[in-house]
Write a protein that binds this ligand. Sequence first.
Ligand code: AMP
Length: 514
Amino acid sequence: MTILDKIAENALKYPDRIAYYTERLYESEIRAFYLTWKELNEFSDKLAAWLDDVLRTKTPIIVYGHKSPYMIVCFLACVKSGRAYCPVDISVPLSRVESIINEVKPEIILTTEELPVKKENVVSLKDISAILQKEQKIIDRKKFVAAEDIFYIIFTSGSTGTPKGVQITRDCLDNFINWGKTLGSGLKAERHYTFINQAPFSFDLSVMDLYLSLYAGGTLWALDKKIQNNMKLLLQSFEKSGANVWVSTPSFADVCLSDKKFSREILPELELLLFCGETLTNQTAKRLQAAFPKAEIVNTYGPTESTVAVTEIKVTPGVNEAYSPLPVGKEKPGTWILIMDENGQEVPEGEKGEIVIIGDSVSLGYWNNRKLTEKAFGKIEINGREYRFYRTGDKGYKTNGLLFYCGRIDLQVKLHGYRIEIEDIESNIMRLSYIRQAAVMPVYREDGGVRSLTAYVSTKEQVRNSFEASQTIRSELKQFLPDYMIPKKIVFLEAFPMTNNGKVDRKALGGLVQ
Ligand code: AMP
């Protein structure tokens, strides 16, 4: 059953259940916005019928906004009318919004917030409400996007290079969901789950919570940016949510863990925590296990180009003891991961190389960019069937079927002739018990070479004398690292800058483009 059939079925089964809930802060007042399953399905059917009537082309549609329930109505309306959607959150910088519009050249832009650039073809939330009131028709199922049609295009955040529109087909999404629903102990049919959504919809991590919730007939509890930035309101929102499933970056969990109240006391029903997008450290996993002793923690790995995630591992206390750093796990069915050297040859087990993903959720490639698509993607036959593959630019190795992530190939630097992996230093700093978070940045000379390394760290207890503390860190690191890998300078931070997607913002830390 495809996701669109499942949504229709859920709307019939649970018409009055809340499908989507969010809260917004207006000065000092909090207001709730939500849609029931019946509303979500009917509104998207009607808006799809309207799109089908007024649009002349099948060009993807940009949906601009922030966590409004009507963003989901728009997403579904687009695909029900046979068109891909391209979600853009208000946190996307203006120049990026403009370049996305220039790339996609949408016939229409659906908005739930005011678009920061003037465009003729904008349909506002007010217009959408008027259309929903007037429209009598509902869309014919035959118009829905087909298996190999593009379902959505997400422009990558730039954390791995220049922004590129990753095209995900309906089949990719269905294959992802069919695996996603089995994570942890798996989602049970007929149970009402509430999912926490942290990521903005322009970040593909949100696909995990949004579509697993839509698949399960659940309630998506979406956290508005302003609420996320206010610990008191955030904790209140968690408490109200009664959430069962958590989806976020590890960095966001770290932010929440900085308040002792973040535990099963306020989220007693939480049973599954899903992570993706960044390294889940042993320390974060341990603290989560202590805060939510009954919940399952699952680490997943994958780039936007392979539909959110393609590997998984349940991080039990045993796994956390056995591995440091933690593995990112085993491939999902229909996916194969190969580790390749610079010449495209597979390396022996245990050796590091580039992670290459082959499988049924690998993207068609980049929107309107044949050159970059050909560089990163290709096709290969496995068991008589053709699959797409994607060269991730991530470094990793495999042992006993488990994949270990070792950072980006492009985060490798040469210092005094030594090849150094930045994340290698970071994970060793994280082994020091008093460190909460760490990021290492190269300091460049004018000629582009690396002059030295600086480590940015936050500690569990406040540091009184930063000179002495840096000396301690540097000397303790000698247990784990050769001298040339020990950062020359240590900078103490209370909190790390984060990107809009909730990952550590390396760019803001000191000029190294991630
Ligand atoms: P994005 O396409 O923005 O989701 O970023 C994908 C990149 O995030 C991957 O290519 C990895 O470099 C990184 N990433 C994703 N999942 C993990 C994970 N579980 N552990 C470490 N890094 C990850």
